[in-house]
Write a protein that binds this ligand. Structure first.
Ligand code: C2E
Ligand code: MG
Ligand code: MG
Length: 408
């Protein structure tokens, strides 16, 4: 089963994929197109070894680029395999188990295949239950936002001019569920679109409330790739900004590399439209995705957030060297760099020595409810800048209107 890059090309590409699929199986096997980008293969009398070999072949060859009109298109392939040994198994059951295996393969990353095993059923049933609970969660008011300060240095003082909004789900039976667990489920089912719209509106209402009480603070909002693909995404952001009356320069949208690079051409237009409104774009979790330095220059971004996995390993000379190189590139690209997940003073010292502009992490503050922020922010300001650090670029994250140099 294949994942196609965009709907408009699906039909054309589907036909070519079907032909290639046909050429990769035996004459006696059945190939059926099940829906737009889903195919079903019936392979009679094959052993586990033969199916594994076939799966590897399909993943490898179906993933080769296709010439469609004048462009080369790449697709990635996810396969779910169900071995049917009992001849009384219904077609529905066979398809359902293959589908569950495909779901498990998708969970484990693209371009993969999985064989169905009965344990998948309980894991997947649990995710289906979570998906159903997520659909009700908005109506039941189970979500809230926490805010984590992003701290920048001004001489020997720390300042907080930006925060990251992070969703929290308090599910009555489960308690507090981590976004790392439920966001992937919401992305898979599509409920992230409604949840993301709620996050955006709530964060903008909070920015507006702060503006009314004369507090100027930029808020980072996480946006999933799925939201960006919605044709209605840019109009939604425009509407929310207009209705809440916020200054668009107080809104920063965070996207991961995967979300932007999945279909770079398709992502560029909405991102440029948002930037034209004055909204800034941050590349989240840098160092966990493709991390292609070649692509970095092509992305319409203002801010790069270096992932904690980098920050936590800066005592390794090769990681340090790599980050130093990345920092030089960022300087050329004139993007602002934020280090995520700084927990210790050693990590802070490392990132400051590299010239990183701003820092976010438990060292300063955990994400807290908006009402608790005034207490959390002075706590950041009370942290001393480690002595002997002079190479920091000390870029302020203050609101652009109050500042001369680069913006963060
Ligand atoms: P993220 O956007 O990279 O957010 C930073 C995550 O790192 C947060 O986890 C934050 O609590 C955590 N963190 C901050 N400082 C430290 C530190 O010093 N050490 C460690 N170990 N962790 C730190 P959280 O809130 O659990 O969120 C996890 C991920 O879930 C986020 O990663 C983001 O990808 C996603 N997420 C959260 N809220 C939203 C949302 O509203 N929409 C979408 N689409 N995704 C969201
Ligand atoms: Mg983020
Ligand atoms: Mg991140």
């Amino acid at each position: 089963m294949t994942r196609l890059p965009d709907l408009a090309r699906t039909r054309q590409l589907g036909g070519v994929v079907a032909q290639r699929l046909r050429s990769l199986v035996r004459a006696q096997d059945t190939v059926a197109r099940f829906s737009g980008d889903q195919f079903v293969l019936l392979i009679d009398g094959a052993s586990v070894a033969a199916l594994t070999e076939l799966a590897n072949r399909l993943v490898r060859w179906l993933g080769h680029p296709y010439d469609i009109i004048d462009t080369k298109l790449a697709v990635s392939v996810t396969l779910g395999i169900s071995m049917i040994q009992d001849p009384t198994t219904s077609v529905d059951e066979a398809l359902r188990t293959a589908d569950l295996a495909m779901y498990a393969a998708k969970e484990s990353g693209r371009a993969a295949y999985r064989m169905f095993d009965p344990e998948m059923r309980s894991a997947i049933l649990e995710r289906l239950l979570m998906a159903r609970q997520l659909q009700q969660a908005l109506d039941r008011g189970e979500f809230s936002l926490s805010y984590q300060p992003i701290v920048s240095r001004n001489g020997d003082r720390w300042e907080v001019h930006q925060l990251e909004a992070l969703i929290r789900w308090n599910q009555p039976e489960r308690g507090l569920v981590s976004p790392a667990d439920f966001i992937p489920v919401a992305e898979h089912t599509g409920s992230i679109v409604a949840i993301g719209a709620w996050v955006l509106r709530s964060a903008c209402e909070q920015i507006a409330a702060w503006q009314r009480s004369d507090r100027r603070v930029g808020v980072h909002v996480n946006v999933s790739g799925r939201q960006l693909k919605e044709v209605d995404f840019v109009p939604l952001v425009m509407r929310v900004v207009a209705e809440t009356g916020i200054d668009p320069s107080d809104l920063i949208l965070e996207l991961t590399e995967t979300a932007m690079l999945d279909d770079l051409r398709a992502a560029q237009k909405p991102l440029n439209d948002l930037r034209a409104m004055g909204i800034r774009i941050a590349l989240d979790d840098f160092g966990t995705g493709y991390s292609s330095l070649t692509y970095l220059g092509q992305l319409p971004i203002d801010i790069v957030k270096i992932d904690r996995s980098f920050v936590a390993n800066l005592d390794h000379p090769d990681k340090l060297m790599m980050l130093a190189t990345i920092m030089r590139l960022m300087e050329t690209l004139r993007v602002v760099v934020i280090a995520e997940g700084v927990e210790t003073s050693e990590e802070l010292t490392h990132v400051l020595e590299l010239g990183i502009d701003a820092v976010q992490g438990f060292y300063f503050s955990r994400p807290v409810a908006a009402a608790s922020l005034p207490a959390a922010i002075p706590a950041c300001e009370a942290c001393a800048v480690p002595k002997g650090i002079s190479s920091g670029r000390a870029v302020s994250l203050r609101h652009p209107a109050q500042r001369g140099r680069r913006t963060a």
